[in-house]
Design a binder for this molecule. Sequence first.
Ligand code: IPE
Ligand code: IPE
Ligand code: MG
Length: 254
Amino acid sequence: MHDNEAGAIDVGGALPRHVAIIMDGNGRWAKAQGKPRIIGHRRGVETVREVVKACRELEIEVLTLFAFSSENWRRPAKEVGLLMDLFFTALDREVKRLHHNNIRLRIIGDHSAFPARIQKRIIKAETLTADNDGMTLNVAANYGGKWDIVQATRKLAAKAVHGEIEADAITDEMIEAELSMSELPDPDLFIRTGGEERISNFLIWQLAYTELYFTDTLWPAFDRSEFDKALSSFAGRQRRFGHTGEQIEKLRNA
Ligand code: IPE
Ligand code: IPE
Ligand code: MG
């Protein structure tokens, strides 16, 4: 990027093009009501439905949701099993609705850890919705930001070994091209519910210049008004990408 070229950066609008969310706090939400954790996960699916609907209405182009991290396998086997069941019944149930609403569904992450029948279902859902252009919904399942960078590195290393590229000539654009979601704009707004202020190995590379928003609200309680709060926080920020505030004002008024 040539920093001094007017228009070389996207100073952005009031609404994000791409929102990425760490949906955290399901377990604590359930616990607060004396219920098992899975009840919180189930309620969390309802929040997903509402947030997808809101994004579609607002014409946000991309929504990326962290459903299961590469570290979540460390949870008790029973919870992992219940989460898998829930994820895949929700997938089955929601795909038609997504398709009907012209939403393209992508599941990002390492699919190879899932049973074959589930992998087939993922491909089926992605194929069905592949041509939809109303919005893209990425669900990160067995996803890790480090995994993403490693898989991209492997592809580039293989190209170098085969003489297709020079190791010295590797650029950030070439790495980007191999990452999950390479064809999509980077997230403009990152939201994490549940009070923790960390990335937990979600998108690492792609969040380099994303606006971060943290809220104590637990994911099952994250309703439309909470989402609107995050969006209005975003709308009030000035994204500078290394420039000065004055430069950005000039670009805006150009
Ligand atoms: C987020 O909620 C959902 C997943 C990680 C799958 P948690 O299950 O992490 O809920 P807390 O953080 O324990 O409350
Ligand atoms: C992050 O939440 C992963 C998902 C929401 C899927 P966690 O609850 O697993 O994160 P940590 O372990 O508290 O950082
Ligand atoms: Mg958590």
